[in-house]
Design a protein around this ligand. Structure first.
Ligand SMILES: Nc1ncnc2c1ncn2[C@@H]1O[C@H](COP(=O)(O)O)[C@@H](OP(=O)(O)O)[C@H]1O
Ligand SMILES: [Mg+2]
Ligand SMILES: [Mg+2]
Ligand SMILES: [Mg+2]
Length: 378
């Protein structure tokens, strides 16, 4: 019998993401102010982000030593005397995540560098974090990690996600997203449901599925649920946008919503992180659309770790993803989606085409409505 493609990669990715989810979700309540720092681009990073990247990269480096890794974080802020306090905390937390006993139902093995007897030094863990500095490109195998996507959501106690993908020769082949706060049964709200999260998994050509997080005792006997976005030629559209106003353009989203005929009771769902991709994949209406930064002139260049895992999960659930002009996303350019402008993830076919047309219409309306400094009269 032919081997199932990416089976080992899938198991290892689920294990690594699950361990990072246990780390981040249990740390949240005790996180101190001094354990969050501000990066040079003014965005926050916490000891949870560093520890999760250290733990995930340690596992990947052990099982797939020849693969490269693109990870969001680096160890700069953990080096030297200044970084000593945070470094020691990160060492403790990453070791705890790696040392967690074998999780029933996940087919883990101690050969992956996990289990009670593992103990890594600070130097080893900082090296593991810095394995994430690969430049990527259109050739070879590159893991792509966002140890906490939606760090601002994590700090608010809202949605966040641990996101891991495998990109092979520029194509995303595997994606795993852990959403400790996203309801397993209902993705129509960003409200958190403590203790009832979800993990989403997709392998290209093999479909997308979700499992409960944390794993119930009977996990081994509870099969994953396959995801399939309903085909609906005329769905009740609803946009999913960033919770953070600085990460999206709410007034442009309003124009797109109007063009799609969105009604009062179907207003945008504002949610942090790649949990939005999971909601698109798990929706039951066919009308959920993740819309991100489609506005010309806004110069933010998307990072591949913010979209790689989510893209394959949506596609394998039967959806479509493109930039805001309908062009395919290019994950083979390096650490960014430098050629693409904005992102649309939705049901495929006519629904996706309608959104791309609505964005084009919204651009025309915006041009006509522009006043002074670019504000819109809505
Ligand atoms: N000005 C900006 N515009 C768009 N995205 C931004 C941004 N500043 C930061 N981001 C990205 O938005 C991600 C969060 O997405 P969302 O807004 O959907 O929750 C952040 O991921 P991290 O939290 O991993 O840093 C970061 O990469
Ligand atoms: Mg960040
Ligand atoms: Mg991110
Ligand atoms: Mg992040």
């Amino acid at each position: 019998m032919a081997a199932i493609p990416y089976l080992l990669e899938k198991k290892v990715a689920i294990s690594a993401v699950t361990r990072a989810c246990y780390l981040t979700s249990s740390l949240f309540a005790s996180l101190q102010k001094s354990e969050t720092i501000t990066k040079s681009d003014t965005s926050p990073v916490t000891i949870a982000d560093f520890s999760a990247q250290a733990a995930v990269n340690s596992i990947l480096a052990r099982v797939f030593p020849h693969d490269s890794i693109i990870g969001e974080e680096d160890s700069k802020d953990l080096q030297g005397d200044e970084g000593k306090v945070l470094r020691e905390r990160v060492t403790e937390l990453a070791n705890e995540a790696l040392q967690r006993p074998i999780i029933p139902g996940l087919e883990e093995t101690p050969e992956w560098g996990i289990g009670e007897s593992v103990k890594r030094s600070s130097d080893e863990l900082l090296d593991a974090i810095d394995r994430g500095t690969a430049q990527g490109g259109s050739q070879g195998r590159t893991w792509c990690l966002d140890p906490i996507d939606g760090t601002k959501g994590f700090l608010r106690g809202n949605q966040y996600a641990v996101c891991l993908a495998l990109v092979v020769d520029g194509t995303v082949q595997l994606g795993v997203i852990g959403c400790p706060n996203l309801s397993y049964t209902d993705v129509s709200s960003a409200d958190i449901t403590p203790g009832q999260g979800s993990i989403y998994v997709a392998v290209r050509g093999q479909g997308a599925e979700k499992v409960r997080y944390p794993f119930p005792p009977a996990a081994a006997s509870a099969p994953p649920v396959k995801l399939s976005i309903p085909a609906n030629p005329n769905p009740p559209f609803r946009l999913l946008e960033s919770f953070e106003k600085a990460h999206s353009n709410i007034s442009f989203g309003t124009l797109v919503s109007r063009s799609l005929g969105v009604t009062e009771d179907n207003q945008s769902l504002r949610m942090d992180s790649q949990a939005k991709y999971c909601a698109v994949a798990a929706q039951n209406t066919g009308g959920y659309v993740y819309l991100r930064n489609p506005v010309p002139g806004k110069n933010y260049i998307e990072k591949i770790w913010d979209h790689a895992a989510g893209s394959v999960i949506v596609e394998e659930a039967g959806g479509a993803i493109s930039d805001s002009y309908g062009n395919p996303l290019n994950f083979g350019l390096g650490r960014t989606l430098g050629e693409n402008k904005g992102i649309v993830a939705s049901a495929k076919g006519e629904a996706h085409a309608k959104v791309i047309r609505a964005i084009a219409e919204a651009r025309e309306v915006e041009e006509k409505m522009k006043v002074g400094d670019g504000d819109l009269r809505l």
